[in-house]
Write a protein that binds this ligand. Structure first.
Ligand code: FAD
Ligand code: DHB
Length: 391
């Protein structure tokens, strides 16, 4: 099989890239190791930055998002039983975010790709990328029990943290920057109306908790748990009891309970692989970088990467200049490191590290108090949360 752009992975990065290229008249083939149901059901991100929503809309993939997505103009920070609202439009000159789940973004993009786009092969596992330094890179893959080859002009690795694309960059050229955290998130979905109309990020002596949502009838909630915790170790009642403790306020706010329909644990890590390009192989999204989920940045970064790649390839077609493709890695990494910094700040602001000293506790509370009382500090958080602009 032969194509212009071989895309490995049909997560949000790979699916959106295929759509952007199709709109620009550039053909591509997407290889996805899992089946369609798996990709459409995997519970992950919930928050789209305004810039991400704008990109999906411009790509023709925003119709259901605009109907069903929930616009949020702020978040609540909760600490020491007090509540502080961060008003996004007031602090950013009008920006907001959209609550629209990654599962739904993927469903919309898959439906469009199958209807109007190039080949999207499920159950097609990329085995290796070869010839990245040549002008004819290829992807070896296995589909329906047979090994095959996808010949390309360019390969984009959108295959997530555990994918194969990154392995094609020689170890001597790779630099990895990494940090793991001694805790994870236990996430649940529950059939109950969200107990607050905006997201609540709570800092508590017992650990962090987050109240989010998927719709006016479905809540998404997270609890900080020790690293290595199994989801099954927590009974539903214990989860609700713990959420209730961590969200407790000094007023009459109440957490509503409902049937838990899904439960899983996510580890927390910060990770950046530099460079994001090797010859004609480009890395995008989680294949190149991971942020801890506290800042809701992972999917939004993935979108930034593929927009940068698609624009660079279009620029080459329009002008003959490869300048933008050549600077892909540097362009993406500037934004990636801002998101890494923001996600690290949000994580350390809100989680309680095991063995944190009384001094560290006081500093954390002082940082939160600063956001609650300084317009400059609140603006910094609002700008980071609503998103860093694409270059
Ligand atoms: P992925 O979604 O990981 O997709 C990679 C795809 O490649 C997968 O479908 C995989 O099956 C496929 N693949 C892997 N290897 C191969 C192979 N060898 N051959 C073929 N296919 C392969 N981000 C936000 O922006 N906002 C949020 O609110 C947010 N919340 C989150 C909450 C949780 C609990 C978690 C876990 C993550 C959250 N994120 C959030 C992060 C976000 O989900 C990821 O950053 C996003 O999925 C990255 O998209 P991607 O397309 O790069 O990678
Ligand atoms: C969700 C996930 C996040 O990481 C976050 O910061 C906010 C919301 C969510 O899944 O809804």
């Amino acid at each position: 099989m032969r194509t212009t752009v071989g895309i490995i992975g049909a997560g949000p990065a790979g699916l959106l890239l295929a759509r952007l290229l199709r709109n620009a008249g550039i053909d591509s083939v997407v290889l996805e190791s899992h089946d369609r149901t798996y990709v459409e059901r995997r519970q992950r991100a919930g928050i789209l930055e305004q810039g991400t929503a704008d990109v999906l809309r411009a790509a023709g993939a925003g119709e259901r998002m605009d109907r069903e997505g929930l616009r949020h103009d702020g978040i609540e920070l909760r600490f020491e039983r007090e509540r502080h609202r961060v008003d996004f439009p007031a602090r950013t000159g009008g920006s907001s975010v959209l609550v629209y789940a990654q599962t739904e973004v993927c469903k919309d993009l898959i439906a469009l790709q199958l209807k109007e786009g190039g080949p999207l092969l499920f159950g097609a596992e990329a085995l290796a990328v070869e010839g990245a330094r040549s002008d004819r890179p290829l992807v070896r893959f296995r589909h329906e029990g047979r090994e095959d080859v996808l010949d390309c002009d360019y390969v984009v690795g959108c295959d997530g943290f555990w994918g194969v694309a990154r392995k094609a960059v020689p170890a001597g050229l790779s630099r990895v920057f990494e940090r793991t955290y001694p805790f994870g998130w236990l996430g649940i979905l529950a059939d109950v109306a969200p107990s607050h109309d905006e997201l609540v990020y709570a800092r508590h002596e017992r650990g962090f908790a987050l109240l989010s949502m998927r719709s006016p009838a479905v809540s998404r909630l997270y609890l900080q748990v020790p690293e290595g915790t199994e989801a099954g170790a927590w009974a539903d009642g214990e989860i609700w009891d713990e959420l209730e403790r961590r969200f407790e306020t000094g007023d009459d706010w109440r957490l509503e309970r409902g049937p838990v329909t899904s439960k899983s644990v996510t580890p927390m890590r910060s990770y950046v692989h530099e460079p994001m390009r090797y010859g004609r192989l480009f890395l995008a999204g989680d294949a190149a970088h991971i942020v801890p989920p506290t800042g809701a940045k992972g999917l939004n970064l993935a979108v930034g990467d593929v927009v940068t790649f698609a624009r660079a390839l279009e620029h080459l077609g329009d002008t003959g200049s490869a300048e933008r493709l050549d600077s892909y890695s540097e362009t993406c990494l500037r934004r990636v490191w801002q998101a890494e910094r923001f996600s690290y700040d949000m994580t350390t602001l809100l989680h309680r590290a095991p063995g944190a000293s009384p001094f560290e506790d006081r500093i954390q509370l002082a940082r939160l108090r600063r956001v609650a009382t300084s317009r400059a500090a609140e603006t910094d958080l609002a700008e980071g949360y609503t998103g860093f602009p694409l270059e």
